[in-house]
Write a protein that binds this ligand. Structure first.
Ligand SMILES: [Zn+2]
Length: 161
């Protein structure tokens, strides 16, 4: 039994798209933590965005399926600690979300309004921070629906914390 090629396995696993927002990958979102070898088996450590997120099982299956399809013996290990935060989203992931018309989550602690329990959300269309929340839930439970007061465009805010 030879050890699996972890570099190749990472390429395969990191390319798996998020089932809710297919423009970003599980690596972009920071959901895929790392891979390690246990004998001939690739163990993929996955941290769900939040424990109630219905996409978690789909994400784990997608990563497992991609690795198995590439010929790896794979086991998924769900890691709940430390909990996922939006700070784990890579810069590339944030760019892709913006390009897709979803406001990327603000980095924690960079907003004065966060002190008052309010999130400062930047419009992905024009960059204005003058935005209002229309509803707590957008097209999926992980998104809230917002409207920009500058350019009047509605948009989704990724809030899966
Ligand atoms: Zn705008």
């Amino acid at each position: 039994m030879s050890a699996p090629d972890l570099a190749h396995a990472w390429e395969v696993a990191a390319a798996v798209p998020d089932p809710e927002i297919p423009v970003v990958t599980v690596a972009d979102l920071g959901i895929l933590r790392d891979l390690r070898a246990e004998g001939p088996v690739v163990v993929a450590r996955v941290t769900p965005t939040y424990s109630g997120c219905p996409a978690t099982a789909a994400i784990e299956l997608a990563i497992e399926g991609a690795l198995a399809g590439a010929g790896f013996d794979v086991r998924i290990e769900r890691v709940l600690s430390p909990p996922w935060t939006t700070d784990w989203i890579t810069e590339e992931g944030r760019e892709k979300l913006r390009a897709y018309g979803i406001a990327p989550p603000e980095k924690a602690g960079n907003s004065v309004r966060a002190l008052f329990g309010e999130t400062l959300v930047t419009c992905p269309h024009c960059g204005s921070t003058t935005t209002e929340r229309l509803s707590e839930f957008g097209s999926t439970p992980c998104k809230a629906h917002y409207r920009c007061l500058s350019c009047r465009e509605p948009f989704d805010y990724f809030k899966c914390l």
